[in-house]
Ligand binder design. Structure first.
Ligand code: FES
Ligand SMILES: [Fe+2]
Length: 455
C-alpha cells in the first residue's frame, strides 16, 4: 500500500514536471531525491544505451576493460576470434565479481570463490571437482557469463543496453548520429583513445553535468569568465553565444559555436591541414563539411549521460589555439554523487605533434584538474546541495532561456536548430525525454519493435 502510494506520488510529481516544462520551468527536487534516483536506475539506465568503451581501448584478442552501466559491472573484451563482447562481471555460479582489475589482457578468467573458469567469449570452460560435485550433470553450455542484452558499436564507440526490446542504436541515436559523424568521420582511420580514461567523483547529481553539456553555453560568461581573462578562451566573455543550439530529438542535443562576428578564429576547429583535407574527403555529406567549417566549439549530450566536447582552447596563455575531443560519461552513484569517466580521443592518423598538443590541451582544460572542469564542478555540487532540502521540493527553476527564438529553416542538419546558443531548449527537451522514460512511456522506435514481436 505504502509502495503504491509512493509510486503514485512520484507519478504526480513527474506529470507536474512534464506540464511545467511546457512553460519552461523544472522542479529542483529532481536533482537530489533518493526515490527519483532509484526509479532512474530502473526506468532510465536499464532501458537506454550506456556508453562503455572505444574499440581502440581493446585492440588485440584478450584485451579487456571493466566498465559500468549504473551499478552493473561488465567486462568489455575482444575475444580470441576478435569479436567484441560485453559480459556481466559476475560469476554464473554464485555471483562473485569475476574480474577485479580495471583493464588487461586475458585468455580466461578464474573465479576467486570456487574456481569456475570462463574463456574470453564468456564460455564456462573449467569447473573444479566437476565429476565429484555435479556427477556429470552440469550443463556447461547453460552457465557461461551472461552477455549484455544488446551490444552495438557506432564508429568504434561501444554501447550496451539492458533492455532486449530497445530499438537499434542507430534508431536510438536518431538525428544525433548525423552530428556524431562530425566527430567520428573526420578520418578514414577513425578515432583512437589516448591513455586510460580519467576518473573522479563529484558531489553532484548526474543530470546537472549532462544538462550543462547538452545546453548550457550561457554559463561560460560567468563561470568561465576567468578563462577569458587568462587568455585561454576567445577574448569575449559572450563568445559561446554565437552559434546554433540544436535539438537532435529523443533527448539528444548539442550546441555548435562559431567565431564571434568581431573575432577571427580558424575554421574547422583549427585542426591541422592534414585533418581538414581528410574530413573534406571523408565526411558523408557536403553539409557536414559546411557545418564543420564554421565550428570552433561543439558541446552536446547523448541521452542520458554521455557528453561530447570538441573545442578549440589554449593549454596555457601563449600556446596556439588547439582543438581537442573528449567524451565523458556521468555515471550515477547516488542522488548526490557522480563518477566522471573522461576519455581523450584523436584521429588515429593525426600527426604525432598534434596528438601531443591536443592531449595536453585536454589535460589542462577538461582533465581531472583542468581549469574549466574545476569551475563547473563547483556549480553542480552547489545546486545538488541546495536541492536536498524541503524547500527544494516545491522550488521551480527557470529554464526559459531562448524561448523567444525561432528555428532557423536554413540549418543544413537534422533536428531543430535555433540561431543562438544561449538557449535552454535542449535542457527542456532532455527533461521531457527523461519524463517520458520515468513515466515508463516507451520511445517510438521501441514501441514499433515490441509490436512487431507481438504480431
Ligand atoms: S562464485 Fe564463482 S566459482 Fe563459485
Ligand atoms: Fe562549463
Amino acid at each position: 500500500m505504502a509502495a503504491n502510494g509512493e509510486r503514485s506520488e512520484l507519478q504526480t510529481v513527474l506529470r507536474e514536471l512534464a506540464r511545467g516544462l511546457e512553460k519552461g520551468v523544472a522542479l529542483a527536487r529532481i536533482y537530489n531525491d533518493p526515490e527519483i534516483f532509484e526509479a532512474e536506475k530502473e526506468r532510465i539506465f536499464a532501458r537506454t544505451y550506456g556508453y562503455l568503451a572505444h574499440e581502440s581501448e581493446i585492440p588485440n584478442p584478450g584485451d579487456y576493460v571493466v566498465r559500468y552501466i549504473a551499478d552493473d559491472s561488465f567486462i568489455v573484451i575482444r575475444d580470441a576470434q576478435g569479436q567484441i563482447r560485453v559480459l556481466f562481471n559476475a560469476c554464473s555460479h554464485r555471483g562473485m565479481p569475476l574480474c577485479r582489475a580495471e583493464r588487461g589482457r586475458a585468455t580466461s578468467f578464474v573465479c576467486p570463490y570456487h574456481g569456475w573458469t570462463f574463456n574470453s567469449a564468456g564460455e564456462l570452460i573449467g569447473v573444479p571437482a566437476e565429476q565429484e560435485g555435479y556427477g556429470g550433470r552440469l550443463d556447461r553450455s547453460a552457465w557461461g557469463l551472461k552477455p549484455a542484452p544488446r551490444v552495438e558499436i557506432y564508429d568504434g564507440l561501444i554501447f550496451a543496453c539492458l533492455d532486449p526490446d530497445a530499438p537499434s542504436l542507430r534508431e536510438y541515436l536518431g538525428g544525433m548520429a548525423w552530428y556524431l559523424d562530425l566527430l567520428t568521420k573526420r578520418s578514414a582511420a577513425g578515432l583512437e583513445v589516448i591513455g586510460a580514461p580519467h576518473r573522479w567523483v563529484i558531489d553532484t547529481n548526474w543530470k546537472l553535468p549532462a544538462e550543462n553539456f547538452i545546453s548550457d553555453a550561457y554559463h561560460t560568461l560567468m563561470t568561465h569568465h576567468t578563462m577569458v581573462e587568462l587568455g585561454l578562451a576567445p577574448p569575449d566573455p559572450k563568445f559561446a553565444m554565437y552559434g546554433f543550439h540544436v535539438q537532435a530529438g529523443e533527448g539528444h542535443g548539442l550546441g555548435i559555436i562559431g567565431p564571434p562576428p568581431h573575432i577571427s578564429l580558424p575554421p574547422y576547429w583549427g585542426y591541422p591541414e592534414e585533418i581538414v583535407r581528410s574530413l573534406q574527403q571523408n565526411y558523408p555529406s557536403a553539409a557536414h563539411v559546411e557545418v564543420a567549417r564554421r565550428t570552433n566549439f561543439l558541446h552536446g549530450t547523448i541521452f542520458p549521460n554521455l557528453s561530447i566536447l570538441n573545442v578549440m582552447l589554449l593549454k596555457d596563455p601563449g600556446s596556439p589555439p588547439t582543438p581537442m575531443l573528449t567524451v565523458r560519461l556521468w555515471r550515477p552513484l547516488s542522488p548526490e554523487k557522480t563518477e566522471v569517466w573522461s576519455w581523450f580521443l584523436v584521429e588515429r592518423d593525426a600527426p604525432s605533434w598534434f596528438k601531443d598538443l591536443s592531449y595536453q590541451t585536454y589535460v589542462h582544460t577538461f582533465g581531472t584538474s583542468g581549469v574549466f572542469e574545476q569551475d563547473d564542478a563547483e556549480v553542480w555540487c552547489g545546486i545538488t546541495r541546495a536541492a536536498r532540502g524541503k524547500m527544494a521540493r516545491r522550488f521551480w527553476l527557470n529554464l526559459q532561456l531562448g524561448m523567444h527564438l525561432r528555428p532557423d529553416p536554413t540549418w543544413p542538419g537534422p533536428g531543430t536548430a535555433y540561431p543562438l546558443d544561449y538557449a535552454e531548449a535542449n535542457e527542456r527537451a532532455f527533461l521531457r525525454a527523461w519524463c517520458r522514460y520515468m513515466l515508463e512511456e516507451r520511445p517510438k522506435a521501441s514501441r514499433r519493435r515490441s509490436s512487431r514481436r507481438r504480431s
